[in-house]
Design a protein around this ligand. Structure first.
Ligand SMILES: [Mg+2]
Length: 420
C-alpha cells in the first residue's frame, strides 16, 4: 500500500469519521490509535501523509512528529496536525515540529479534503523534483545568503545538494549540506574564488566557467546563477573531454616524428622569451643547427632510415642540454632550433660545442659519405640583449647566417655570429 494516508488519533470516533470520509473518496487509508502503533505502521510501510492528533496518551503528536523528522527515512513524510487547540502558540509549535499544516477540530469535511489534496499535490511535485535532482548527471546545489551584524553577506548556507554533487565533492550528501559555501570551496581547493561567487549574487550576472579542482583532480564546468536571496550552482565533470582537448593541443604542438616541440612552439616561445628577457634586461641566445649531408643520407638509405637518424639526433640534443630553461625544437627538415633564455653568448657557444661533440661521439654511421664518416652537425650561435633596436628577427637571422657559414666552411663545426 504505497502512497496511503495514515490517520493517528486516540479517539475512535474521529478515527472512524476520517476513515469513512477518505475511504469514500478513494484514498488508501490506515489508522493507528496511538504513537507507538503509528511508528510500527510507518516503519512497515511509510505513508505519504499523516493526519496526526496532538493530544494522545504516552506519546503525543509533537513527540511523534519530531521523531519522524529526525530520521532521514521518514523526514519527507508530510504531517498535518488535527487538534482542538485553537491558540496561536500551539499552531506555531506544530509548524516548529515540522508539520506542513494545521486543521482545527471539529473540522469541515470539505476543508480537510481540500487541504489534503493540496499537500498531496505538493508532495507529488516534490517527489518529481527529487527524482530529477537525484537522476541528474549534474551536481546541483542551492544556497541562501548568510549576513553578518552589518548586513554584509558573509557566507552562503547550503539548502540543497543532490547525490551527484556529493559525488563530485567526495562527500556524503547530508554532510555536504552542512558545509557552508566557503567550506565547500575549500574542500575543492578553490576552483572558483569566493569573490567570483559573491559577485554573481551581488551583480546578478551568471558565472559560466570550466575549472580544475586540485583536491579532486577533475575538471568541472560550473554555472552559478543568482537566486532571490542566494545562489544556485550546477557542476558537471568534464574531465574526459578536457583531457582529450589538452592531449590534442599537446599533439598539435609536437613534431610527430621526433616528439620535440614543433616550429609553431619555437616561434611562440622565442617571442615570449624575447619579451621576458627584454623586461628583465637579460641576454637571449639561439643555436640553429642541422645534420650534415642529410640529403645524401636519405638518398642512400631511404627516408625511413633518415627518419630514424632525425629521431636519434633530436633526442640526443634534448638530453645533452642541461640548461633548464632551454627549448629544443624541430625547426623543419633536418634543422633544429634551440632557444637559450638568460644565457650570454659565451655560455651558448659552450653548449653548442658540447652538442657538436655529443652528436659526433654517437658514431652514427653516415652511409651517404665515403669512408666510415659518422653523422655530424653544423651549428650557428647568436646572442643579444633584447631591446627595441635589436629585433628578434635579426637574432634569428644572425644564428641562421652563422649556420650557413659553418656549412660553407666545411660543416661539422660551430660558428659564432659576428657582433654588429
Ligand atoms: Mg486526542
Amino acid at each position: 500500500m504505497s502512497g496511503y494516508i495514515l490517520l493517528v488519533d486516540d479517539s475512535p470516533a474521529y478515527l472512524n469519521l476520517l476513515h469513512n470520509i477518505l475511504d469514500a473518496r478513494g484514498y488508501a487509508v490506515q489508522t493507528a490509535r496511538h504513537g507507538f502503533d503509528a511508528l510500527e505502521k510507518i516503519k512497515a510501510q511509510p505513508p505519504m501523509l499523516i493526519l496526526l492528533d496532538i493530544n494522545m496518551p504516552e506519546m503525543d503528536g509533537f513527540a511523534l512528529c519530531e521523531q519522524l523528522k529526525q530520521d532521514p527515512e521518514t523526514a519527507e513524510i508530510g504531517v498535518l496536525f488535527l487538534s482542538a487547540h485553537h491558540d496561536t502558540e500551539t499552531k506555531v509549535r506544530c509548524f516548529a515540529a515540522g508539520a506542513v499544516d494545521y486543521i482545527s477540530k471539529p473540522f469541515e469535511e470539505a476543508e480537510v479534503l481540500a487541504r489534503l489534496r493540496t499537500h498531496l499535490l505538493i508532495l507529488e511535485q516534490q517527489r518529481h523534483l527529487n527524482g530529477i535532482l537525484n537522476a541528474s548527471l549534474d551536481g546541483i546545489l542551492t544556497y541562501r545568503a548568510v549576513r553578518d551584524a552589518e548586513g554584509q553577506v558573509a557566507d552562503f548556507r547550503c539548502l540543497l545538494a543532490n547525490p551527484r554533487a556529493a559525488e563530485i565533492f567526495g562527500a556524503a550528501q547530508e554532510g555536504l549540506k552542512l558545509l557552508s559555501l566557503k567550506q565547500q570551496l575549500a574542500r575543492l581547493q578553490h576552483p572558483v574564488a569566493w569573490q567570483e561567487l559573491l559577485d554573481v549574487f551581488v551583480q546578478g550576472q551568471p558565472l559560466d566557467t570550466e575549472r580544475y579542482t586540485r583536491s579532486r583532480r577533475r575538471w568541472l564546468h560550473m554555472l552559478a546563477v543568482p537566486l532571490e536571496d542566494g545562489l544556485a550552482l550546477t557542476m558537471r565533470d568534464t574531465s574526459e573531454r578536457k583531457e582529450l582537448e589538452l592531449a590534442l593541443a599537446r599533439l598539435a604542438e609536437q613534431d610527430s616524428l621526433t616528439g620535440l616541440p614543433n616550429r609553431r612552439v619555437f616561434d611562440r616561445c622565442l617571442q615570449q622569451e624575447w619579451r621576458r628577457c627584454r623586461q628583465a634586461g637579460e641576454p637571449l641566445a639561439l643555436i640553429m643547427c642541422d645534420i650534415d649531408y642529410f640529403k645524401a643520407y636519405n638518398d642512400s638509405q631511404g627516408h625511413i632510415a633518415g627518419d630514424g637518424c632525425l629521431v636519434h639526433v633530436g633526442r640526443t640534443l634534448q638530453h645533452q642540454i642541461s640548461w633548464p630553461e632551454a627549448l629544443v625544437a624541430r625547426y623543419g627538415g633536418e634543422e633544429f632550433g634551440i632557444i637559450l633564455p638568460r644565457l650570454p653568448l659565451s655560455k651558448a657557444v659552450q653548449i653548442a660545442d658540447e652538442l657538436l661533440l655529443a652528436i659526433r661521439s654517437l658514431q652514427l654511421p653516415h652511409p651517404g659519405l665515403p669512408g666510415a664518416a659518422p653523422v655530424t652537425l653544423s651549428l650557428g650561435v647568436a646572442a643579444c640583449l633584447p631591446d627595441a633596436q635589436n629585433g628578434m628577427s635579426q637574432l634569428l637571422q644572425q644564428a641562421d647566417q652563422a649556420l650557413y657559414r659553418a656549412k660553407a666552411q666545411g660543416r661539422n663545426q660551430v660558428v659564432v655570429a659576428a657582433a654588429d
